[in-house]
Design a protein. Structure first.
Length: 150
């Protein structure tokens, strides 16, 4: 977060932040570095949310091997008649989760959980074994993960 000016650090809009939460975390890293700590900002798994109805959210890269689940396949979405949209999850060739998109009710929650899995470098096979509540919109993420071939 150091600039090319001696002892000047930057965060937020001047560093190309897309979201307020990203700018806040960049500010924390910049502040810590300005006080002598050595921190690096890792922006590989920052969830991006558009608060439309339904919500649109994405994280990471949507390249590599991807699977897509229609919201008509998510029990909670069906019971609430909120079946517009989809969940897309992507992994690299080694089975590490890399990104995804959710266009649905609760897309913010779905992508936030996926962002955590990406940040922790969770392998696809491990993510498939997580337990999500039923019925929930998060269960759609689990169903998408299970669609990857082993």
């Amino acid at each position: 977060m150091r600039t090319n000016v001696n002892n000047v650090y930057a965060a937020g809009d001047v560093t190309g932040s897309f979201t307020a939460h990203e700018a806040i975390h960049k500010g924390i890293v910049a502040g810590l570095n300005a006080t002598g700590e050595k921190r690096t900002y890792d922006g590989t798994a920052v969830p991006k949310i558009l608060y439309t109805h339904p919500e649109i959210a994405y994280v990471g890269s949507t390249e590599g091997k991807c699977v897509k689940l229609n919201m008509t396949e998510v029990v909670r979405a069906v019971t609430e008649r909120s079946t517009e949209g989809f969940i897309k999850v992507c992994a690299d060739e080694t089975g590490i989760l890399k990104g995804g998109v959710a266009f649905s009710e609760r897309a913010e929650d779905i992508i936030s959980v996926l962002a955590i899995l990406i940040r922790l470098r969770v392998k696809l096979e491990d993510a498939k074994n997580l337990i999500f509540p039923h019925p929930s919109y998060l269960e759609g993420l689990w169903e998408a993960l299970r669609r990857f071939k082993s």
